[in-house]
Design a binder for this molecule. Structure first.
Ligand code: SF4
Length: 282
């Protein structure tokens, strides 16, 4: 079996930055908190917990210390509230996410209805929604969901940073027919676009792809969906123990990739497992 890895794997710069900020802070301050998990990866979340960094559900659970704002961003009112409570706030919101927030704020001020292509329950999307005037925002996941929207005079469309470009294009095409004036901002993160492009190339060279990442990671799910749409055998695993070797009998060329919240070491472990079964790296 030959094993292929794309050029770009491992954590993206937004996640690395959030991680560094958090680890530096725990050296200085013993009370460091995050609303939810810093990143959607169980190994990293566990490592942070072991170092004493605590995940909380809401601000009422803490009285002092440092609050880290994740790379996904946060509702600005939560940040204001944390400062009001005299917490030290370290904002690790990724610059790509900040850009989406800025765009929707300005669209909202100019009386555009904002349409976000993404998942309404995702923390990044919830943070973006919080930047728009109440009742003037819609979230759609696929082109079927555009049917529920009314005809709009002025609409501005943005994407969740991890969105799949084909899905975004399909939705934009449909929405142009449902609006008089429509402004489109392709806010899919550059790193995500590059990873999607690399998967397209990889899928042409292999019979199967192993996608590695947290089962709760949005961008890893997007990579899985993309592989499936390219009709290549796709296997989604979180860690090496999840990989059953029986499935790989007879497969000669396999690719391994991971989400932007998947550390390189986790991918290396999967690769080593295949190498130990007689696979050859390329
Ligand atoms: S995937 Fe892109 S938007 Fe998300 S944290 Fe990484 S660099 Fe930022």
């Amino acid at each position: 079996m030959q094993i292929f890895l794309p050029e770009k794997i491992g954590l993206c710069f937004g996640v690395k930055r959030a991680l560094k900020l958090t680890l530096d802070e725990i050296k200085r301050n013993r009370k460091v908190y995050i609303l939810g998990d810093l990143i959607h990866n169980p190994q990293v979340a566990e490592n942070l917990r072991r170092r004493g960094i605590k995940s909380i559900g809401n601000l009422s659970q803490i009285k002092e210390g440092t609050l880290i704002i994740r790379s996904h961003g946060e509702d600005p009112s939560v940040i204001r509230e944390a400062r009001k409570r005299k917490l030290r706030v370290l904002d690790a919101t990724c610059p790509y996410v900040l850009k989406v927030q800025k765009i929707v704020r300005s669209l909202s001020q100019e009386s555009y209805r904002v349409i976000i292509v993404g998942t309404d329950t995702h923390p990044e999307v919830r943070g973006v929604i919080a930047n728009v005037k109440k009742g003037r925002v819609y979230v759609v996941k696929n082109s079927q969901e555009t049917e529920k929207l009314p005809f709009l005079k002025k609409a501005g469309i943005v994407a969740q940073t991890t969105e799949n470009i084909e899905n975004f294009s399909r939705i934009v095409k449909r929405l142009i027919e449902k609006t008089s004036e429509c402004r489109v901002f392709n806010t899919i993160c550059r790193i995500i676009r590059e990873r999607q492009e690399e998967i397209r190339k990889l899928a042409r060279e292999v019979e199967a792809v192993i996608v590695v990442g947290g089962y709760n990671s949005s961008n890893t799910h997007q990579l899985v969906k993309l592989c499936q749409s390219l009709e290549v055998k796709t296997c989604f695993v979180e860690k090496e123990e999840d990989l059953s070797m029986k499935e790989w009998k007879g497969i000669k060329r396999v690719g391994i990739t991971g989400g932007t919240s998947t550390p390189e070491e986790v991918i290396e472990k999967i690769k080593n497992k295949l190498l130990n079964q007689g696979g050859k790296g390329t």
